[in-house]
Write a protein that binds this ligand. Sequence first.
Ligand SMILES: NC(=O)C1=CN([C@@H]2O[C@H](COP(=O)(O)OP(=O)(O)OC[C@H]3O[C@@H](n4cnc5c(N)ncnc54)[C@H](OP(=O)(O)O)[C@@H]3O)[C@@H](O)[C@H]2O)C=CC1
Ligand SMILES: O=C(CO)[C@H](O)[C@H](O)COP(=O)(O)O
Length: 469
Amino acid sequence: MTAVADIAVVGLGVMGRNLAANLADHGVTVAGFDRDAGRVAAFADAVPRAVPCATLDALAPALKGPRAALMMVPAGPAVDELIAALAPRLAPGDILIDGGNSHFQDTRRRAAALQGTGIDYVGLGVSGGEEGARHGPSLMAGATAAASARIAPMLTAIAARTEAGEACFARVGPDGAGHFVKTLHNGIEYADMQLIAEAYHLLRHGAGLPLPRIAEAFAAWNAGELGSYLTEITVAILGRQDGETGQPMLDVILDAAGQKGTGGWASNTALDLGMPAPTIAEAVHARCLSALKEERVRAAMPRPAAPLPGTDGPDFVRAVGDALLGGRIAVYAQGFAVMNAARTAFGWDMDLAGVASVWRAGCIIRARLIGRILTALRRAPELPNLLLDPDIAALADGATSGWRRAVGTAVAGGVPVPAMASALAYWDGYRTERLWADMIQAQRDFFGAHGYRRTDRPGSFHTDWTAAS
Ligand SMILES: NC(=O)C1=CN([C@@H]2O[C@H](COP(=O)(O)OP(=O)(O)OC[C@H]3O[C@@H](n4cnc5c(N)ncnc54)[C@H](OP(=O)(O)O)[C@@H]3O)[C@@H](O)[C@H]2O)C=CC1
Ligand SMILES: O=C(CO)[C@H](O)[C@H](O)COP(=O)(O)O
């Protein structure tokens, strides 16, 4: 076969076939392979200048050198199997890219394993779903600077663009950094989705508002500070009827959330780094709780009838909007604080402003708030937490009173709002100078002689708690 293709896409499922079509739109010649021959044929039909490959043996000779191949397969063993099959067919100087949602530690391991071969391994975080892949995803590369520079022209061409026309592609660090950032992206996604779901649920089952009125509230929020892709699709979901029954779609969808695991990875990674991300964790737990549908049905008790006291009138809707805004700020603060900790823990030259920059368009968590986050990080690139930025802190402060009212009303009325409440506790805890940890340290020292630090002088101390003081 003549070497005519600029890049290979391996795995022509939802993401692979759409990225291939997007690349072709930008003048890139794509060779495609999938283990399903039907998908290869569909790729050949749909993608201009496609170079369909029936086998991996046919793939490598179809590529111009130095070669680049993009794997779009499920995370886990599929990626290891493909690397084992592809690496012998590649040569030093070639680039192998994993654009799936791989665990960043797997990517680090794979990059290290390939180092001796001269093949550059790139872990590429891709966000935007099917539509983003086709017309402009947000792309976060973990790569050497040299490998990133080589793939940048193609990836910049297909990436989403901000209103100002900036491409949402960036190298965010070496080896696993791209997949790490994508994992935190998904952790934020889980938490923001949970906050939105709680706002909807509280307005519907706490305040007793009809769906069209809730849709109006979300549409108004979307036009303001809460504007985001997830807020926008919520308006569409709230207004959608089931074609079969004529019922609201939300009433025919089983209330048991699925998940593929990246939210859990984000939460576990935060814990491994010792960095609090309680609302991301809460969102994962909330999906798990929802999935216990049969048990919840068995345990269900009569609830107070909506509307709950204090929920009538536009004030309460405003309070719920405040809880959503405050919660979203806390969630982004948690996500960025975890990424900041990773910079030190893994020695990554990760530019957090660069991360905010590529999250402005194309990705699932694109939101008006990211503009403020970018400004804050450009002002103070080493900021350990976004809540230390005066502009962001003032925005959260302005939302706090309504946020408390929404959470307090929900708790008093027995409507579960785990993400809103945990985000509020994070915000309150983060700006409390003296916390309850004096008691924790005393207890640890009491039962385990673990020692404690004093407020009045340096060093480690132990008290004989059973002796008379
Ligand atoms: N869908 C989305 O919104 C997003 C997905 N991603 C990530 O992108 C990656 C691809 O996702 P998506 O396109 O949705 O998945 P699909 O299931 O649509 O496509 C995956 C493709 O990989 C193939 N495949 C599976 N296992 C192997 C294997 N062992 N060897 C070779 N090929 C294999 C599948 O073939 P077969 O059907 O025969 O199994 C299929 O053609 C995943 O890591 C996903 O997490 C990232 C961002 C968004
Ligand atoms: O990466 C994505 C979006 O950014 C994928 O859609 C992912 O599958 C979402 O996670 P989950 O399926 O666990 O909700």
